[in-house]
Design a protein around this ligand. Structure first.
Ligand SMILES: NC(=O)c1ccc[n+]([C@@H]2O[C@H](COP(=O)([O-])OP(=O)(O)OC[C@H]3O[C@@H](n4cnc5c(N)ncnc54)[C@H](O)[C@@H]3O)[C@@H](O)[C@H]2O)c1
Length: 325
């Protein structure tokens, strides 16, 4: 028996596009909405303050994707010029349970996280949305913009803010080179970044005692907020003023809340799981005025459907290294 090993460089070289990731992730959400996935809430360990290592298993019927992601998030790594997110993903054969692939998971994590933002926008953004506001100009911000460009074709402007101006400069340089048709503005603070934003994405580090920079009154009428950083960036008043509160996994949201560290201030009424929107079981946005909040914590279903496509590409092209079990 042998399995495929894919390094970060191997994964990237497979050339899976954001369009392909969005298609896989949208289908994953649809199957989740239809009850065709198995995904227990992720357990985690916390070797250092504000640091996590999570185990994220999932099985997705029809796609026949099954596996586990073992992913860490270490905010102090940034000062050491190490990546914040690192980890591995194992895929199993659903018929025999035998591991068929081990791959670096940082590319998959960023792309499927970005795709989740694109999918939130697909179902929840106001038609004609043209301005994106992004706080935290790191890895997830870049992938989120790539996805928004695909699902919000009317996008024209990006307003971004980072605690470190160098980070927003680098973001604009990198993304401006890819999307020359977009107008980028480096903002000096959260208020300026939110001014006129139709879609606001937060991607700052998750911390236990946050001082959320985004407050009530900042998200415009008809706006969509997507949080990738739990409740680190948004005050409970800001979340509470939204007409609809959606999550990529309501049961994970509630089980994380039960542990008492995060999500103490989320609204009581949760409108839907993104899966229910993708499966057509509930409507997404229903009028031009709604403020909508999407809390996307990141789900293993998204990882597995993306990894399955990567695995198939690797088998087809012979990419990576074959290792004996
Ligand atoms: N929901 C998901 O599926 C998912 C997946 C991966 C990562 N994440 C989360 O996304 C967030 C960003 O991860 P990343 O990999 O892009 O990290 P990153 O280190 O690449 O980027 C984070 C950026 O935020 C900036 N920042 C820090 N504090 C800030 C503040 N108060 N205001 C403005 N900017 C600030 C940093 O300078 C940095 O540029 C983390 O919270 C991470 O846990 C979520």
């Amino acid at each position: 028996m042998e399995m495929v090993y894919l390094s970060r460089a191997d994964v990237e070289a497979l050339g899976m596009t954001m369009k392909e990731v969005l298609k896989a992730v949208d289908n994953g959400f649809r199957l989740k909405g239809l009850g065709k996935t198995e995904m227990p809430p992720k357990p985690g360990i916390h070797p250092r303050k504000d640091c996590f290592i999570h185990a994220m298993p999932a099985y997705v019927k029809e796609v026949e994707a099954a596996g586990l992601k073992w992913v860490s998030g270490y905010p102090p790594n940034v000062a050491k010029t190490l990546p914040y997110i690192t980890g591995l993903l194992v895929l199993n054969d659903t018929e025999t349970g035998i591991p068929i692939a081990v791959m670096d998971c940082s590319w998959v994590t960023a792309m499927r996280t970005g795709a989740s933002v694109g999918i939130s926008a697909k179902y929840l953004a106001r038609k004609g949305s043209s301005v994106a506001g992004i706080i935290g100009c790191g890895v997830q911000a870049r992938a989120s913009l790539r996805a928004l460009v695909e699902t919000v074709p009317t996008l024209k402007q990006v307003r971004c803010f980072d605690l470190y101006p160098k980070a927003s400069e680098k973001f604009i340089e990198a993304m401006g080179a890819v999307f020359g048709n977009l107008k980028f503005t480096a903002c000096t603070g959260p208020e300026e970044m939110m001014d006129g934003a139709d879609i606001a994405v937060s991607a700052i580090p998750i911390v236990v005692d946050p001082a959320p920079p985004l407050d009530a009154g900042m998200l415009k009428e008809g706006g969509l907020a997507v949080s990738l950083d739990y409740d680190s960036a948004w005050t409970s008043k800001a979340m509470g003023e939204c007409d609809k509160f959606v999550s990529d996994d309501v049961s994970q949201l509630l089980s994380t809340k039960e542990h008492g560290v995060y999500f103490g201030g989320i609204p009581k009424n949760i409108y839907a799981d993104l899966g229910e929107l993708a499966a057509g079981l509930k409507p997404g946005r229903q009028n031009e005025r709604e403020r909508i909040f999407s809390m996307n914590m990141g789900i293993a279903v998204d990882d597995m459907v993306t990894a399955k496509v990567l695995y198939q590409k690797a088998v087809k092209t012979g990419a990576g290294v074959r290792l004996p079990l």
